[in-house]
Design a protein around this ligand. Structure first.
Ligand SMILES: C/C=C/C(=O)SCCNC(=O)CCNC(=O)[C@H](O)C(C)(C)COP(=O)(O)OP(=O)(O)OC[C@H]1O[C@@H](n2cnc3c(N)ncnc32)[C@H](O)[C@@H]1OP(=O)(O)O
Length: 257
């Protein structure tokens, strides 16, 4: 995995986009991301994943624009399909995904962060979906996921007007949940991932499923599902472990099952 590095630290997986100079997405890096997340899905010991960019300047500048220079429609179809596969696999990850935005997050670089559950940005980071400026559109979930997070107004400013936002503005509009100092995003993300590991993994997976369900299902459908998944948690050993650990005033020891 040359352009996408994967390492495991306890219950957390760290994915580093490492495709210099701007950590751009290509068919290869997107395939590597998809395959990495699929492999993590199978690893019951991993409860969270953190994604960041190598170097100090770029989280990711999005798709490698060299790929679209010739106007080849077959490349467009292939790239949009693999973008969808990779980022939807990431969104569906049963654990918690955290983007540690250490620099520019542009186009598909911001869209990978939008596909995550939580975003932490360094103070100097800048974010945009500038595809229309180069005759393209955000095809990796951006038109939907950005509007869900920040509302239609800011999504339209960013997508239709090409407005680039600073980390502080991103915090203000709800695009990121935390802003930290330069060089601190990874550490902050790993600390948050440690908090995830204190929660019951099956409970986290069920809660994530329910929150995501709420995007498309009416509340009359989502509320019965919430009750159903609550009862289903009682099939897991971690449910009894969690409650007993509280009553016995000790730390729970999860088995993810
Ligand atoms: C579905 C998804 C679609 C998409 O994602 S479409 C792509 C959307 N992304 C963009 O439009 C961002 C393009 N990049 C930029 O606008 C700028 O970069 C920045 C504002 C982020 C930073 O500007 P500055 O500080 O001046 O750096 P620099 O010299 O432009 O970039 C350093 C090197 O990185 C290359 N690079 C940057 N972004 C891309 C890219 N998206 N595709 C291919 N190369 C890119 C440059 O060309 C250059 O390279 P060299 O040093 O050889 O001149």
């Amino acid at each position: 995995m040359a352009q996408l590095k994967l390492e495991k630290r306890g219950h957390t997986a760290l994915i580093t986009m490492a495709n210099p100079p701007a950590n751009t997405w290509t068919k290869e890096t997107l395939t590597q991301l998809r395959d990495a997340v699929k492999s993590l899905e199978q690893d019951k010991n991993i409860y969270a994943l953190v994604i960041t960019g190598e170097g100090e300047k770029f989280f990711s500048a999005g798709a490698d624009l060299n790929l679209f220079a010739s106007g080849d429609k077959a490349v467009a179809a292939q790239m949009s399909a693999i973008f969808g596969e990779a980022f939807e696999t990431l969104t569906a990850f049963r654990g918690v995904s955290i983007a540690a935005i250490n620099g520019y997050a542009m186009g598909g670089g911001l869209e990978v962060a939008l596909a995550c559950d939580i975003r932490i940005a360094e103070t100097q980071a800048q974010m945009a979906l500038p595809e229309a400026k180069v005759g393209l559109l955000p095809c990796a979930g951006g038109t939907q996921n950005l509007a869900i997070l920040v509302g239609e107004g800011w999504a339209k400013r960013m997508i239709l007007c090409g407005e680039r936002v600073t980390a502080d503005k991103a915090l203000q509009i709800g695009l990121v949940e935390e802003v930290v100092g330069t060089g601190m995003a990874l550490e902050a993300a790993l600390l948050l991932a440690d908090k995830v590991a204190e929660q019951s993994p099956p409970a986290v997976a069920a809660c994530k499923q329910l929150i995501q369900k709420g995007r498309s299902a009416p509340v009359q459908t989502a509320l019965p599902l919430e009750r159903e998944l609550f009862v289903k948690l009682f099939d897991t050993k971690d449910q009894v472990e969690g409650v007993q650990a509280f009553l016995q005033k000790r730390k729970a020891s999860w088995i993810n099952g």
